[in-house]
Design a protein around this ligand. Structure first.
Ligand code: GLU
Length: 314
């Protein structure tokens, strides 16, 4: 697989995307991420793609992929081209996994989560990034099953320039250590899948919620190892509940299937665009969602985002 296998697009055209996991209905936080990524791509005259991150078969909710698509449509958020699905790209993940393996960067690990939790000295940044002390770097204990395959990281800062937050750095070695690319049961990790998918689809602008910023240095590290170009990144402020907690998929659901947004799409859309720093005129709520988005594309300035606080309740 080479750069030629990527979807055709002009190098200068912005290609953004929204990549929900169909593990539950969208919520108001996802709406902000969808609208933010849409506006960033469209105001630059670019394309906006939709990808369903459906790798984790056990957490999929039947009918949810469809519900997400219908919900986006009801908000006028129409994606360009075919919907992409991670579950259709296992061969590509395997190909790039093997590329990394051949370069000597990947090794099998027999450690269980419990063992890692016991031996980790540094606090972990998230569940997927439990600080791994490198126990199996030099070889696994005899007789232990392969529980995962990990990529070696270096003791160096990975930095990138976030369009909203400015320069962000993380030392992968301190933050999480050698991280998982593939699990023992054959399932590929999100970090590898997302890097391969964005590359193959020609995505050069990743706009998503601030909760994912902790993953970005790992993704940039993989891009560098694989020789992929680095997309521009923008991590949007998170929508939080009244008590400051992260919204779960149970809260503030927006679902076509549940019918709970019918007739309220314009209001919700306007709330989302205000959250993104736009100040729409009063009469905009009489427009259709498509017209509201068109107004936004003309008036949206990415710099407005940087003035916005990182966590705000709506
Ligand atoms: N599928 C991920 C999620 O729903 C987002 C992936 C991404 O934007 O990189 O949290």
């Amino acid at each position: 697989m080479s750069a030629d296998s990527r979807e055709g697009h002009s190098d200068r055209q912005v290609v953004g995307r929204f990549a929900p996991s169909p593990t539950g209905a969208l919520h108001t936080g996802s709406l902000v991420a969808a609208v933010g990524s849409y506006l960033m791509a469209k105001q630059a005259g670019g394309r906006w793609l939709l990808r369903l991150d459906d790798l984790d078969a056990q957490r999929q909710v039947p009918g949810m992929a469809d519900d997400i698509m219908r919900t986006l449509e009801s908000f006028g958020l129409l994606w360009d081209g075919e919907v992409n699905r991670q579950s259709r790209h296992l061969k590509e993940y395997q190909y790039f996994f093997e590329t990394l393996q051949q370069s000597g960067m990947v090794y099998p690990c027999g450690c269980s989560r419990k063992e890692i939790a016991r031996s980790a000295s540094a606090p972990h940044v998230d569940d997927d990034c439990m600080s791994y002390p490198g126990s199996c770097r030099g070889g696994m204990k005899v007789g232990s099953p392969v529980r995962s395959w990990r990529v070696r990281v270096q003791d160096e800062e990975i930095c990138f320039s976030d369009l909203r937050k400015g320069r962000v750095c993380q030392n992968l070695s301190d933050a999480c250590g050698d991280f998982i690319l593939k699990r023992g049961d054959g399932e590929f990790a999100y970090q590898l899948a997302v890097v391969v998918d964005d590359y193959l689809a020609g995505v050069n602008q990743v706009v998503r919620g601030d909760d994912l910023i902790v993953s970005t240095p790992r993704q940039i590290y993989l891009q560098r190892l694989l020789g992929f170009p680095e997309p521009a990144y923008c991590h949007l402020p998170l929508v939080v509940g009244p008590n400051g907690s992260k919204l779960s998929k149970r809260d503030h659901l927006i679902s076509h299937q549940l019918g709970n947004t019918a007739g309220r799409e314009q209001d919700l859309l306007i709330t989302a665009i205000c959250f993104l720093g736009l100040s729409p005129p009063q009469e905009l709520d009489r427009y259709s969602c498509g017209d509201i988005l068109e107004w936004c594309v003309t008036h949206f300035k990415p710099l407005q985002l940087s003035a916005h606080s990182s966590v705000t309740a709506i």
